[in-house]
Design a protein around this ligand. Sequence first.
Ligand SMILES: [Zn+2]
Length: 199
Amino acid sequence: MQQYPQPIANLIDSYKKLPGIGDKTATRLAFYTIDMDEDDVTKFAQNLIAAKRDLHYCSICGNITEQDPCEICTDKTRDQSTILVVEQPKDVMSMERMNDYHGLYHVLHGVLSPIEGLGPEDINITSLIKRLQKDTVKEVIVATNATPEGEATARYIAQLIKPAGIKVTRLAHGLSVGSDIEYADEMTLIKAVEGRQEM
Ligand SMILES: [Zn+2]
């Protein structure tokens, strides 16, 4: 059996590290890359390195940022009394795109999932509790997705926070069950935030 030359075997291995990419797709992408313009490939490689080098997680909210703390956390014109909790940095982008929410964010980087063995210590919850110890926050809007894990995470956060006398709300079910914030259109998101209900 003929082996792939080492550079292409290495490239296939790299592509296989991406989510949802198996042997077949990785091989196709590797051969496609070899056919690409040299400039495009160089740009591609540079973008990968720059994204990893220049982006960090905000030490306050966990969002991706070039500066720490991030632009949202340092923007004093934003409503400091409200924190909207999301699963992933891309959910912050979706919320910001609707341009209707002007509070702060907190990114969990995941959800509680007993099946995958993910407990509270595996997601960004401790730093949320720490933020709430400063007296400025009056409401936490839990905007985890409407999946079983997202719901369980929302309930867990509510139980944790409510004794401190902070209002905890959940996005209204304009978002259909199982749907992701990422894919919701702006009007649906605006309605979901406006119609949020106390947990
Ligand atoms: Zn931040």
